[in-house]
Design a protein around this ligand. Structure first.
Ligand SMILES: Nc1nc2c(c(=O)[nH]1)N[C@H]1C(S)=C(S)[C@@H](COP(=O)(O)OP(=O)(O)OC[C@H]3O[C@@H](n4cnc5c(=O)[nH]c(N)nc54)[C@H](O)[C@@H]3O)O[C@H]1N2
Ligand SMILES: Nc1nc2c(c(=O)[nH]1)N[C@H]1C(S)=C(S)[C@@H](COP(=O)(O)OP(=O)(O)OC[C@H]3O[C@@H](n4cnc5c(=O)[nH]c(N)nc54)[C@H](O)[C@@H]3O)O[C@H]1N2
Ligand code: SF4
Ligand SMILES: [Mo]
Length: 699
């Protein structure tokens, strides 16, 4: 008989709710949860390819202990007891000699992050980091500097917008199902899309206005937009008076600051006609506050990124589009509906940790970056230079330091120095292949995870539950960490045996029962959307309780709230800015070897402008070498007018070196081997789009 299991997709970290059909302990069908508005049964290509992941024979099938040199691919099969004893013994030796701070734990934020953090706190190390800074650290800091909230606490009301402006937010390829379903609904009601990117993407093809901006010049565009809005008095004055701190002085100072940044000036910098910049300002203002200037995630990463993200958020404030239908809103959590938060093991009492973090996050190096996530781009530096102290052991869970941190050759050199590398993974990733022990996790279809709280206009709870039993000798991450903790005599911080124990512990304070999830796979805690009163009730979380154009967070740390525009020099002849991004059919670096997805997109290509390719003698499909100051790669050329002449582009996540991933082995090039490890030291993001590369045809 067919069973129906409601769960949560994990082919990427968007975590769409799913319904899985199961026959004889095998998955026969996966679809979006039809009960969830905005999902309406939809699933993306990656979500459907969960079936191929489940049955993949090219994933680790049992614990493995390295027998040959690091990265040589020589392993012996081990039982869980043996592998965990091995890790615990090594870890004890490292801690005894170098102290607990010499252990670093890196992971992609996931539902069990409260358990991983518990592990590190119990061990006595401050060095847990997540991927966050690599994804959107400067967005996080920009949001905090102006509103007091981090970006995950700010929602976007796609469904009711009348105009959305996207700066390299390639939303129809780098997608989230709910967001694009809602945006398509808004579009059918007449909403406009303006898309800005040096590269013509699928999103560009759906936009009403597309600007092929010169790479790295979005800040010039925004200063000019602010100039027009203030000079033509296009702003939402009622909102400004009520919610912008010291609005009179701040708006006057802002007007003065942008005085020389006219649309005509911006045209020279960006390549966008002045007339069109003025038109956008007027069009956006005409539908305010139902307008969204999307703060973006990954487009335009340069060392001054924080100022770009801040300028985007300031445009929203000028349009009054904060806590406005069709604009941005502040997400409401469990407290907003009078409930307590879900239980988290990390909220227990731990011995105090006084050593600083290894990455200088929230401290000496990145004073205002979000230290609850850290700055993983410092990993190689900290290991190689023992700065601020020796790092000797690395735990990696659901994260790929060898492809997700810029300058992977340097990361590889640093990892060589470690006494212990442990990878909890579902694939033979680059890091798994380089580790000493692989602890294979069961896939999301074979395991349950901690409860997911989805804050928003209506706070909701979701649950990932196992749809089928594990195909191989794999275990859930929460089990692995508990078993390891037990061997390190810190097991009492992990008071659970089963996933049901975890769920019950988490739900007890909320007053929700497990059976409440049975009918539809989720629990909604509000009947109607919760909006704060725009007159009286917006709870900005800044020191002033208002939107802070001059930011206390930035100024108190010695950073100016604004910087004069500094032109990004055009690349010298024969060189290009290397831009990177995602495709709809792959997740970052995880799915390239997936049987189905590999068939759709088996390798990456180098997008290069037609005129530039001609100058270099490159024809479509030619093999080219791309070289930066730190690395090189080879891939085929895609010669196209759809990219700005100053830039080249490649998809992230290819150029893999692990032979066990046979479908993708050595296909295409790895962007992380080319990118220089440069950061926005204020915001915290790496400047992934800043590197210059040379391109030459290979005979
Ligand atoms: N299919 C799929 N969807 C995903 C993901 C995935 O892995 N696969 N990952 C999810 C995650 S974690 C994230 S962070 C988001 C990322 O979503 P996006 O932020 O939309 O990220 P990218 O795909 O990296 O696209 C970045 C775009 O920015 C452009 N760009 C580069 N430089 C500039 C510039 O100077 N100015 C402008 N205006 N544009 C520029 C690039 O050409 C590229 O098209 O996607 C999410 N959705
Ligand atoms: N060079 C470069 N670096 C980047 C980016 C870029 O465009 N270029 N993009 C940045 C962005 S936006 C982001 S969000 C980050 C993402 O960085 P990552 O989180 O590193 O990337 P992912 O591909 O999401 O996942 C990485 C690892 O998780 C493993 N994995 C997948 N599912 C599971 C699971 O269920 N359990 C376990 N244990 N492991 C699992 C995969 O096998 C893979 O090894 O990268 C950032 N870094
Ligand atoms: S966007 Fe696709 S892969 Fe990501 S969680 Fe949703 S369905 Fe799964
Ligand atoms: Mo991301």
């Amino acid at each position: 008989m067919t069973q129906e299991v409601y769960s949560i997709c994990f082919m990427c970290t968007v975590r769409c709710p799913i319904r899985v059909l199961v026959d004889n302990d095998d998955v026969t069908w996966i679809e979006g949860n039809p009960h969830v508005p905005g999902i309406d049964g939809a699933l993306c290509a990656k979500g459907s390819a969960g079936l191929a992941l489940l049955h993949d024979t090219e994933r680790p099938q049992h614990p493995m202990i390295r027998t040959g040199d690091r990265g040589a691919g020589q392993w012996r099969q081990a039982s869980w007891d043996e592998a965990l004893d091995y890790v615990a013994d090594k870890l004890k030796a490292v801690v005894a000699q170098y102290g607990p701070q010499s252990v670093v734990f890196g992971e992609r934020t996931n539902l069990n992050t409260h358990i991983s953090k518990t592990f590190m706190k119990a061990l006595g190390s401050p060095n847990h980091f997540t991927h966050d800074a690599l994804c959107k650290g400067s967005v996080n800091t920009a949001c905090r500097s102006l509103t007091g909230y981090v970006d995950p606490q700010i929602g976007i009301d796609y469904g009711n917008t009348k105009h959305i402006i996207l700066y390299g937010r390639n939303i129809f390829e780098s997608l989230e199902i709910k967001a694009i379903n809602n945006l398509m609904k808004a579009r059918s009601k007449g909403a406009k899309i303006t898309y800005i990117d040096p590269r013509y993407t699928v999103t560009a093809s759906k936009a009403d206005r597309y600007w092929q901006i010169r790479p790295g010049t979005d800040l010039a565009l925004n200063y000019a937009l602010i100039n027009v809005i203030l000079n033509e008095e296009l702003l939402d004055m009622a909102f400004a008076v009520r919610w912008i701190k010291d609005h009179r002085q701040e708006l006057a100072a802002l007007k003065e600051f942008v005085k020389s940044y006219t649309p005509e000036w911006a045209e020279k910098e960006t390549g966008i006609p002045a007339k069109e910049i003025i038109e956008l300002a007027r069009e956006a203002s005409a539908v305010k506050p139902a307008v969204i200037f999307h703060f973006g995630y990954r487009g335009a990463h340069h060392p001054n990124e924080i100022y770009l993200r801040r300028s985007i958020l300031i445009l929203n404030a000028l349009m009054g589009s904060l806590e406005a239908p069709g604009g941005l809103f502040f997400k409401k959590g469990l407290k907003a509906v009078g409930r307590q938060d879900v239980g988290k093991y990390v909220d227990q009492d731990f011995p105090k940790i006084t050593v600083p973090r290894f990455d200088g996050s929230g401290g000496s190096r990145f004073p205002i970056a979000d230290a609850s996530h850290g700055n993983p781009q410092m990993l190689a530096h900290a290991i190689l230079h023992e700065d601020p102290y020796p790092i000797k052991a690395l735990f990696i869970n659901r994260f790929e330091p060898l492809q997700s941190i810029a300058d992977s050759n340097n990361t590889r050199r640093a990892l060589e120095k470690l006494d212990l590398i442990v990878a909890i993974d579902i694939n033979f990733s680059e890091i798994a292949w380089m580790s000493d022990v692989i602890l294979p996790e069961s896939t999301y279809l074979e395991r349950g995870d901690s409860i997911q709280v989805v804050s928003g206009l209506k706070p909701q709870l979701y649950r990932r539950q196992p749809a089928v039993s594990p195909r191989y000798d794999t275990k859930p991450g929460w089990w692995i960490l508990k078993e390891l903790a037990r061997r390190l005599d810190i097991g009492h911080y992990f008071p659970y045996e089963t996933i049901e124990d975890i769920w019950n512990f988490q739900l007890a304070p909320v007053g929700v029962k497990l059976s409440d999830f049975d009918k539809k796979g989720f629990v909604t805690l509000a009947e109607e959307p919760i909006w704060w009163d725009r007159e009286k009730g917006i709870k900005f979380n800044t020191p002033s309780g208002k939107f802070e154009i001059t930011s206390a967070l930035m100024e108190n740390a010695g950073f100016p709230s604004f910087i004069p525009y500094e032109p990004l020099p055009a690349p010298p002849p024969g060189q290009f800015r290397l831009l990177v991004g995602r495709t709809a059919t792959h997740t970052h670096v995880s799915t390239q070897n997936n049987l189905y997805l590999n068939e759709v997109c088996p390798e990456n290509e180098l997008w290069i402008n037609t005129a530039q390719a001609q100058k270099l003698g490159i024809k479509p499909g030619d093999l080219v070498e791309v070289k930066s100051a730190v690395g090189s790669g080879r891939l085929r050329a895609k010669v196209t007018d759809f990219i700005h002449p100053e830039a080249v582009f490649m998809l992230h996540g290819f150029g893999k070196t692990v032979p066990a991933q046979t479908r993708v082995y050595r296909k295409g090039a790895d962007d992380s081997a080319l990118q220089e490890n440069i950061s926005d030291m204020v915001g915290g993001s790496p400047a992934y789009d800043h590197t210059l590369v040379q391109v030459r045809p290979l005979a």
